[in-house]
Every structure is written in C-alpha cells, then in structure tokens.
Design a protein around this ligand. Structure first.
Ligand code: SF4
Ligand code: SF4
Length: 501
C-alpha cells in the first residue's frame, strides 16, 4: 500500500484492507489432506451375496455397496482412520457422514441436533380426543371409555389456544384420537375445518392425522375429512372377518370387518392424495390366518401406494382382558413380524420399514416432546396415549375455555426430560440420534427400565428389509454416482409418513 494512499484514507471511515487486492481464496476442502475416522453413528450389515448396507443414524444417509466395493469401504472405515483428500470413495463417505474429521465430537453435534428438534416453540402437536368413548370393544383395548364427546367449552379452549399461538408457529399437527374420534363427530366437525382454515390463513404448515377404527368412515365422512385436510389415517384390520371380528367387535358384540372394508374400498376409489396405514395387530391366534387378508387387500387395492401395512404384536396394555390374551413371546414376536412382512411383500403390498423412521428422532415417542400434548374430552392435558388419565403423572395440566394452558412443570419434565443425558449406555449407543433414549418414556418413569428400540439389537435384519422391500426405500443409493455412475442407483421420493401408535 503506498504512503500517499494511507495519508488519504480516513481509517475511521474505511478499512485499509479494502484498498488492497483480494487475497487468494483458501484451498478448497476437497484439495486439503485431512485425517478421517469412521463415525460413531454408523450401523452396518452385510448380505449373503456380499453387499454392504451402511446407515448413519445422525446424517440419516443409507448407502448400499456392491460386493466388489466392500473391501475398499471396510478399509476406509477401520477405527484407526487415515489421511486423504476429500475425493473419490473417501469423499463420498465423508459427504454421507460415514467418515468424520478426526477429533470431531459427534456427541456434541448430536446434542445440537437434539436441542433444535426437541425444544422447538414454533411447532405445536395436539392429540385431540374428540370422544373418549368408543363404538368398539376390542379384546386388547386398554381404555376405560369414561367420557363421551369433547365438551363445547374444551373445543373453544382448543380454538383460543391455537389462535393465541398461531403467529409464532411454523407447523401445526392435529392428530385425532380417542376412544374413537369419529364417535365424537360433533367435535371433529367443529374443530377440523376451523383449525385447517386458521393454519392456511397464517401460512402455517398443517398436517392432520386420524387413528380410527373406520366403522364410521363412510364416503360422506371421508369427503368432509379430506376437504378439511385430515388426510392420513391409521386403521386396524386383524384379519378377515373370522379373525378380525373376534378381536375387534362393536360395542354391542357385532362383527365390524364388513363395514370397515366397505369404507376402505370406497376410500380407495377416490383420487385424492391421502395415506392409510393398515395396522395389523397379531397374536398367537390370528397370525396363521393373515395371508387371507393380504390376498384380499392385494385384490382390492391393486398395488395402490396410498395403503401401507404395519404389523404390531398384541401386548398386555392394561385392559381388563390382559390375562386371557394369547400374546406372542418376545422371540416369537420378531420372527412372526418378519414373516408377515415377507408374506405381505410377496403379495405386492407395501410394508413399513426402518426407512420410515430413519430420520433424526424417527423412533422417539411423541409423548417425549414438549410441543406435543393430548387434549382430553374434558380438557385434561396428558402425554402418553396408552396411560391417558389412569395415572395422575400423565395428567400434566388443564386447558381452560379461554385457551389458557395450565401445565404442571414437574410432570411435563418427567415425560420430556432428555433421559439419555443421565444414561451412559445411551450416550455410547450407535442409534442414539434415532431413539434419543426416549422411544417410550413410560418404562423409565414406571420402573427405571431403558426403552431400547429393536433397531439396537436387530439392526441387521432391519437393514436387510430395506433391500428386500425397496418400494419403501428413499434416498438409498447403490454407491456414489459421482464415483461410479450406475444404473443401480436408486432414489425414490420420500413420502415422510410416520404412523402414530
Ligand atoms: S410409546 Fe410409550 S410413552 Fe409413548 S404413547 Fe406409547 S406407551 Fe406411551
Ligand atoms: S434407549 Fe437403548 S437403543 Fe435407545 S439410545 Fe439408549 S441404549 Fe440406545
């Protein structure tokens, strides 16, 4: 810089640096040699034909490598690490999060992701119990049907609550639950169009889901719900009529299968965008007969991608019939579930897989999130949809008619505390970003048990399912196209669905 220019410059108004030539750009990341080590959040499995499936639970990347690429990948993923530029196969593994810079504190990185997700105040999720009573009496049900349709004062409270918060929200999620939500139609008809319109007027992202037995989901009701953007449903079928009607009779003891299936058929004729998770609860009695159901679903829905099957073992969930239930043992449960998925897939049906929950927090129970609340028919505010108001610890507050939400901070903290922070096993766990130690807060609260997800011990078979059932796969790649463009590269749109319990 010349002396004349320095004299002319008023350093209080202009930086001397601005008079010099711009410095050359720093070396790009790609050309710098760096030290890499495998991520502590990698989960992997090798198939019988030698392919390697890698899932990183923090970056959420899932990649599949061909047998000839596996030795090189495994060499790069050795614990001692290596030095390299960010290019080729190493660059691909870095980009997908399977390799990280040596010395990076990945737990701290996870804490940032957790905090951003868990403590959001711009998101509100409400489970609305439009009726706590039900028109069914399922054998395994844990509810006590203590109250009917949600009172008008509580409905006003919900409207005022959402109105008061809407300006600060980015996302509003309304989940209709019960009892049977359609048994409380008056409340649905009052709230569903109101909340949908309020969200739309304020540009807030809106989702609405209903867990229903579908007995009352007639074409007229479906028409209205879809118009009010209630477009994701969970509906249970426990087999054809002979088995389903044994476990899911109406409250006056009649069969329910024929009516439900008729409503489902009518729904499938519609051209609207919606999703239906067909939940199948299985026990020792019904699982040998479920192929007949798959045949009927195949014949009726002709591969309609809006319908997905999801299998759950019947449990002793706290209902009066618990001692008589023929529940599967833990070992049986996993074997039967795998067999049912394979069978359903052979009939061309879509089944849920790990991919549906492979995002950060994908296996966390909604009850663990501070922004998620159940509003009961009488205005009680609760957390867990299984306990409801049977345990006072689950009643975390009350919603008043003017929209005031009075919460008991101590009970809220009980359900929403980041339990992994006091659990050294969780802190070391490879699936921590997915489960966060709070896949089900209930066992920790009741007896201090850690609620490990099956993915922790069963990750291989869950990863194999991604290859077996590729129609549910999204963002799963057969190796980096950057390195080796390949026709086997698979990238399907993610429908982002997640079934409520
Ligand atoms: S996962 Fe656990 S805490 Fe969550 S709703 Fe179910 S039982 Fe309740
Ligand atoms: S609860 Fe189990 S599976 Fe979940 S993070 Fe903790 S150790 Fe892992």
């Amino acid at each position: 810089m010349s002396a004349t220019r320095i004299v002319r410059l008023n350093v209080l108004q202009q930086s001397p640096h601005d008079l010099t030539e711009a410095e050359p750009e720093e070396l790009s990341n790609a050309s710098r040699i760096e030290s890499w080590v495998p991520s502590r959040f990698n989960v992997h499995a090798t198939t019988d034909d030698g392919r390697l499936i890698l899932w990183n639970t923090l970056s959420t990347a899932i990649s599949v490598f061909k047998p000839e690429q596996v030795p090189q990948v495994l060499t790069l993923l050795k614990a001692q690490g290596f030095e390299s530029r960010r290019e080729g196969l190493a660059g691909y593994l870095v980009e997908r999060g399977f390799l990280v810079r040596k010395g990076m504190d990945e737990y701290r990185k996870f804490l940032l992701a957790f905090g951003q997700q868990h403590y959001r105040s711009d998101r509100l999720e409400l489970f609305v119990l439009s009726s706590e009573d039900c028109n069914f009496r399922c054998t395994y049900c844990y509810e006590d049907f203590a109250r009917g349709t949600m009172r008008p004062g509580v409905r006003r409270g919900i409207k005022r609550l959402v109105e008061a918060r809407i300006e600060k929200l980015l996302a509003l999620d309304i989940r209709w639950f019960g009892g049977e939500p359609l048994y409380g139609w008056e409340a649905v008809e009052d709230l569903a169009p109101y909340l949908s319109e309020l969200a739309e007027r304020h540009g807030v992202a809106y989702r609405s889901h209903m867990t229903t037995n579908a007995y009352l989901l007639t074409p007229e009701v479906a028409e209205k719900l879809l118009a009010w953007r209630v477009n994701a449903f969970q509906i249970t079928l426990d087999g054809l009529a002979a088995t389903h009607d044994c476990s899911r009779p109406t409250r006056d003891g009649q069969g329910s299968f024929a009516t439900i299936f008729q409503n489902l058929e009518a729904l499938s004729q519609r051209r609207d965008q919606f999703s239906v998770t067909l939940r199948v609860n299985f026990d020792k009695n019904n699982h040998p007969h479920l192929e007949e159901l798959f045949e009927l679903v195949e014949k009726t829905f002709h591969g309609d991608s809006r319908f997905t099957l999801d299998f759950h073992a019947v449990g002793r969930w706290g209902g009066p019939n618990d001692p008589q239930l023929e529940v599967c043992s833990d070992d049986e449960r996993d074997t039967v579930q795998r067999a049912l998925k394979a069978l359903a897939h052979r009939h061309g049906l879509r089944v849920s897989t790990l991919k549906d929950v492979s995002f950060v927090g994908g296996q966390v129970c909604y009850a663990a999130r501070p922004f998620n609340l159940i509003i009961g028919a009488s205005g009680k505010v609760m957390k867990c949809t299984v306990v409801l108001d049977k345990d006072e610890n689950n009643v975390v507050g009350r919603l008043h008619e003017d929209g005031r939400l009075v919460l008991d901070d101590d009970r809220m903290a009980l359900w929403t505390e980041p339990a992994f922070q006091r659990d050294s096993q969780c802190q070391k766990c490879a699936v921590l970003p997915s489960c966060q130690g709070i896949s089900c807060p209930l066992p920790r609260i009741t007896d201090g048990t850690r609620p490990c997800v099956p993915t922790r011990t069963n990750s291989k078979s869950e990863l194999f399912e991604l290859l077996e059932y590729p129609t549910r796969m999204a963002r799963v790649r057969e190796v980096a196209e950057r390195m080796a463009p390949s026709k086997e590269h698979i990238e399907l749109p993610d429908d982002g669905r997640r079934s409520a319990r």
